[in-house]
Design a protein around this ligand. Structure first.
Ligand code: ARG
Length: 401
């Protein structure tokens, strides 16, 4: 009987301690799996550290492409933003990490998977539920949910077991990052009245220090997928990274969110999501042009549901698949170009065009060329207001005094 477990490994203190802890507590062999979903610093150093700390094997997977194509872009097409603020970067990374853990476990004949999430957050839910959906036979071990150690005790444990802790003063924050965004929690941020200190932000410049000239971007979409930037075709990962750099330089993408976690806690979350903010803004602007009023309204409702499903760990669910099919259908004419202006932390849409635009100049204009039949409006209003006139005859419609 195999005694192997695949651990999602970040190289940080918690997952390093987890390697030792699992060996001691469960007497299992740990295979470390590090998934690159973008913005991971030194993968080879992380891999080596896993082995030094006691993993029997250390795997590294570059998952940036599948992350973008199968998770980021579908979420973008859906305009999925949790509680109107959070573009869900961490939340869409988890199902992919779960999928890769399951694949590695099957390949290596492991009987369990493990992760470093605590028992207070959303990430444990996303990973556990995703693993259950993909491989119900696999057991999930979550050391940080079980060991009941404070941060200090974890560090002491690491020292006792000769697990290297970064010599540089470790960040006072808990950070998770991928191509779609960066989440920063803990430390002074836990006081919602405290302005986030400078050192919280790494990807975005403070608006006070951004260039005094705006930057203009033109993003072209094909069926809701961004395909080119300023006339140059780029594949997903490169496109996101290029926008990330430009928008960060102009201070775009900072979010300060009092967020409602699935486990019932309100938490203060700071995000940096420069590429996500730019692309979501552009995508919605193009939809405004090519979808009807009714399509837009219904899609906004779907976006809210879709975002909740993602946030709440239900990526691998029938309903998410159903909503994805609906969203896919809405995107068939979301083709065209959006022009944006980045300046001092703002991202503003300043132009949009599409071969499928429903905007009709001859209907909208107040100038020469107007084809709208204004004389028809009075008859329309007569019928439109009929129920109100009927009601006014028998009921008072004045505001109460
Ligand atoms: N609150 C965000 C979410 O639930 C970010 C979580 C960040 N995760 C972390 N381990 N620091 O998706």
């Amino acid at each position: 009987m195999s005694n192997k477990v695949v651990l999602a490994y970040s190289g940080g203190v918690d997952t390093s301690v987890a390697i030792q802890w699992i060996k001691e507590k469960y007497n299992m062999d740990v295979i470390a799996l590090t998934v690159d979903v973008g913005n991971v610093a030194d993968l080879e150093a992380i891999r080596q550290k896993a082995l030094d700390v006691g993993a029997i094997k250390a795997l590294v997977v570059d998952a940036r492409k599948p992350f973008v194509n199968s998770f980021v872009f579908p979420a973008l097409q859906a305009d999925a933003v949790y509680e109107g603020q959070y573009p869900l970067a961490t939340a869409i990374g988890r199902p992919l990490i779960a999928q890769l853990m399951v694949e590695a476990a099957k390949k290596d004949g492991a009987v369990a998977v493990a992760h470093g999430c605590t028992g207070k957050g959303n990430d444990q839910v996303r990973l556990d539920v995703s693993v259950a959906a993909l491989a119900p036979e696999l057991r999930v071990i979550a050391p940080a949910r079980e060991w009941n150690m404070t941060r200090e005790q974890t560090i002491a444990y690491a020292q006792d077991h000769h697990i290297p802790i970064p010599i540089t003063k470790s960040s006072p924050y808990s950070i998770d990052e991928n191509l779609w965004g960066r989440a920063i929690e803990c430390g002074v941020l836990e006081d919602p009245w405290t302005e986030p200190p400078r050192d919280v932000f790494i990807w975005t410049k403070p608006p006070e220090e951004t260039p005094d000239q705006p930057a203009y971007l033109e993003i072209r979409f094909d069926k809701g997928i961004p395909i080119s930037l300023n006339g140059k075709e780029l594949e997903g990962v490169a496109l996101i990274q290029t926008i990330h750099n430009l928008a960060g330089e102009h201070g775009v993408g900072r979010i300060d969110h009092i967020e409602n976690r699935l486990v019932g806690i309100k938490s203060r979350e700071i995000y940096e999501a420069p590429a996500a903010i730019v692309l979501l803004t552009a995508h919605q602007a193009l939809e405004d042009l090519v979808l009807t009023k009714e399509q837009l309204r219904f899609k906004t409702k779907v976006a809210g549901e879709y975002a909740d499903l993602i946030y709440n760990g239900l990526w691998f669910s029938g309903l998410r698949q159903d909503l994805a099919a609906y969203v896919e259908s809405t995107q068939r004419y979301v083709t065209g170009t959006v022009r944006l202006k980045l300046f001092k932390g703002n991202c503003q849409v300043v132009g949009r065009k599409s071969p499928y635009s429903l905007y009709d100049y001859s209907l909208a204009t107040y100038d020469k060329g107007d084809v709208f039949d204004q004389s028809a409006s009075s008859g329309f209003i007569h019928i439109w207001g009929l129920p109100v006139r009927t009601q006014a005859q028998v009921q008072s419609l004045n505001q109460p005094e």
